[in-house]
Design a protein around this ligand. Structure first.
Ligand SMILES: C[S@@+](CC[C@H](N)C(=O)[O-])C[C@H]1O[C@@H](n2cnc3c(N)ncnc32)[C@H](O)[C@@H]1O
Length: 656
């Protein structure tokens, strides 16, 4: 939208359609005197750069697409070799439209950016096709649309294969299934100690779970997102950030307490305000002197950045004056006003600010690489860095099913600490604006009720019940799906009040199982754990209801599947399967038809080799099927089937 529109606007042309007109109206509203005065005073950029920064903030943000998973390379090749050439010479309403470009600092060139008006996406045939490709690949989980700078925090986490993958949220877990996933819904500033048996395979005495990596992507005023959140232009005022400083600090301090030795914290905001950024980091470092800021200047060398600030001057709502110290501020107002303004000494740079290495923080400004504004700080414990990881680290076998040990801390010490933090935080919380935090997440003091040691509130989730490994339902899944003896049957759980294997079976790794068994799931507000692998298929007449493996869980189940039980098929079989909902068993060509008739009714797995003639497959295609008495069904969702037929999907390949 931005560049084309800007060009049109400069030439004084009458806007051609509503899209353009809306942009122009919005631009005239992108002004806030308080914002300008405040940030010019903070000197976040040299004076001569200010106008460029401001102009960039007024320009709509490009679309950004990070890619993921194993298909990333082949998808990337498709964008680079097919779509970019097609989109390279597009002219729409006499204006050249630039093709997508790779984000220079994103590893392996796996993230792309493009900047076109919605109207072009809808009406230009070339972009329309590209758009449809993006929509489909997003739906099936191969790409995500995200603001470029929001991709930064995970890149600075340096997550290793043995770390827990807790950054995934529930809705993404369906797209990226992981048995190592746990989602808790808690106030991060008072995150409770999570108990973990010292020997997770045996149970017994517990200690407190410590985390290898913690991302504190904290609630913030969000003024770095003004390019897309236009409402902030109207409402911005310095107390937005002032009021969040306390909560941000408590979240970071709690993370410091929960970090394992050799661990790493990434603190990030999408705010430009030093009160929410450097001031929070400075306070946290001062209260936890065993931590330091990590120099990450060599990481992502193509990312243009500016160092963290070492001086800033907070102000209150009045904006007219900024104050060089807390004491100066206090002299100008009554104590009541100061409390109302939510100012503390920690809002100002500490006297020994130079000792904290704040320039190691990263400031991202919109005009540097056409992104949103962002802030990142990487923190570790001093002395941790060179220590090799203890041999206790969990072993992973590629499926994420096995995690044998984790960092721990004396249970008693940690619980006392967590309790203290909780009481203190609850006392303060009533004075703190908690941004977008849902009410159910508010500390209970703020909700007007306090039930110590329990999740309480509106938390209503079904329990997590692990089935006995010799449960008849699991035994039947193992038998019917031809799973090997190595399948971790003892890690299978169900989610219903009776604890019955009624509908869906989930699987976790050993660590997640140990956590669930050692903690009250209500207290830790456990919202989701593991990943769904099997679901009950109500079969037709004469066939017993049985469990089938879910398509998205196949990568987890395949390592435990007897390879000789996977049925090989050809392109004609694929064509029939995607064309009809319930093709009859006898319409399939040989040898598939014969192989199929030798199989019992129920869940099976079929493989279309990458070398399949008549299809463009980027890898072997392995899919779940369901055989009933008379017909066969491909167990993938309708959209995937439709795109497969239309030849738009990259994931499944295309039938020529
Ligand atoms: C910057 S966003 C994080 C976005 C997230 N990284 C993602 O990719 O979806 C901050 C989030 O913190 C949540 N939040 C606000 N107060 C919180 C608190 N006290 N504890 C935990 N989360 C909180 C907000 O609801 C918001 O979703």
């Amino acid at each position: 939208m931005g560049r084309n529109n800007k060009r049109g606007g400069r030439r004084g042309n009458k806007p051609r359609d509503d899209t353009y007109r809306t942009d122009l109206v919005e631009k005239s509203m992108m002004h806030n005197e308080r914002f300008t005065t405040y940030y010019q005073t903070q000197k976040i950029v040299p004076e001569e750069e200010w106008d460029v920064l401001l102009e960039s903030l007024r320009t709509p943000l490009p679309h950004d697409l990070p890619r993921r998973r194993q298909t990333a390379q082949s998808l990337n090749a498709t964008v680079r070799d097919t779509h970019v050439p097609t989109l390279s010479n597009v002219v729409f309403e006499e204006q050249p439209i630039p093709p997508p470009v790779q984000i220079p600092w994103y590893p392996d060139g796996l993230a792309w950016q493009f900047n076109v008006p919605k109207k072009v996406l809808r009406k230009s045939p070339e972009f329309k096709e590209f758009h449809s490709f993006l929509v489909f690949e997003t739906e099936v989980g191969n790409i995500s649309r995200q603001e470029a700078v929001s991709m930064l925090p995970p890149l600075f986490m340096e997550v290793e294969p043995h770390h827990k993958r807790t950054h995934l949220l529930i809705h993404q877990s369906a797209r990226l299934p992981s048995p190592a996933l746990m989602v808790t819904n808690l106030d991060a500033s008072i995150y409770p100690g999570i108990k973990i048996p010292i020997n997770i395979n045996k149970g017994g005495r517990t200690e407190t779970l410590l985390f290898d990596r913690i991302l504190c992507d904290v609630p913030c005023s969000g003024d770095g997102t003004m390019r897309k959140n236009l409402g902030i232009w109207k409402t911005w005022q310095p107390n937005d950030g002032n009021g969040l400083h306390g909560l941000q600090l408590r979240i970071l301090q709690r993370a410091m307490k929960m970090l394992a030795p050799q661990g790493r914290i990434v603190y990030s905001t999408c705010s430009l305000n030093p009160v929410e950024n450097e001031a929070v980091v400075a306070c946290a470092l001062k209260s936890n002197p065993e931590f330091h800021l990590v120099d990450v200047s060599a990481k992502l060398p193509s990312l243009q950045r500016r160092p963290g600030l070492t001086s800033w001057r907070p102000t209150d709502k009045s904006i007219a004056t900024t104050y060089d110290t807390y004491d100066t501020f206090m002299r100008t107002c009554t104590e009541g006003d100061a409390v109302k303004a939510k100012m503390t000494p920690g809002h100002w740079p500490p006297a020994d600010v130079e000792a904290l290495n704040l320039p190691r923080c990263i400031r991202i400004y919109p005009h540097l690489q056409d992104t949103g504004g962002f802030f990142v700080a990487v923190l570790e414990r001093t002395g941790d860095a060179v220590e090799p990881a203890p041999s206790k680290k969990p072993r992973l076998d590629g499926t994420g099913m096995d995690a044998t040990n984790v960092g721990v801390k004396s249970e008693e010490a940690e619980n006392v600490e967590a309790d203290k933090t909780e009481v203190k935080a609850n006392a303060e919380e009533t004075e703190v604006k908690v941004g977008a935090l849902p009410k159910a997440l508010l500390p209970q003091a703020a909700q007007g009720k306090k039930k110590k040691g329990e999740g309480g509130g509106s938390f209503k989730e079904n329990p997590y019940t692990f089935l006995s490994p010799d449960d008849p339902t699991i035994a039947s899944c193992v038998e019917r799906l031809h799973l090997t003896a190595a399948f971790p049957s003892s890690n299978v759980l169900v989610r219903n009040p009776a604890g019955d294997a009624a509908r869906s079976l989930y699987i976790t790794n050993a660590l997640v199982k140990a956590v669930i068994e050692a903690n009250d799931y209500n207290r830790i507000r456990l919202t989701f754990a593991g990943t769904k692998v099997f679901t009950k298929q109500e079969a037709g007449r004469g066939v017993d209801a049985q469990f089938r493996v879910l398509g998205e869980a196949l990568p987890l189940v395949l390592p435990y599947t007897d390879p000789s039980t996977i049925i090989d098929a050809d392109v004609e079989v694929l064509r029939i399967l995607v064309a009809g909902a319930y093709p009859l068993c006898n319409v399939f060509p040989e040898p598939f038809c014969g192989l199929l008739s030798a199989r019992p009714t129920g869940s099976h797995i079929v493989r279309f080799p990458q070398t399949l003639e008549g299809a463009a497959l980027s890898h072997d295609l392995i899919l779940p099927i369901w055989k009933s008495n008379v017909s066969l069904t491909l167990m993938i969702d309708k959209k995937a089937k439709r795109h497969h037929v239309a030849g738009e999907g990259e994931t499944l390949g295309r039938i020529r």
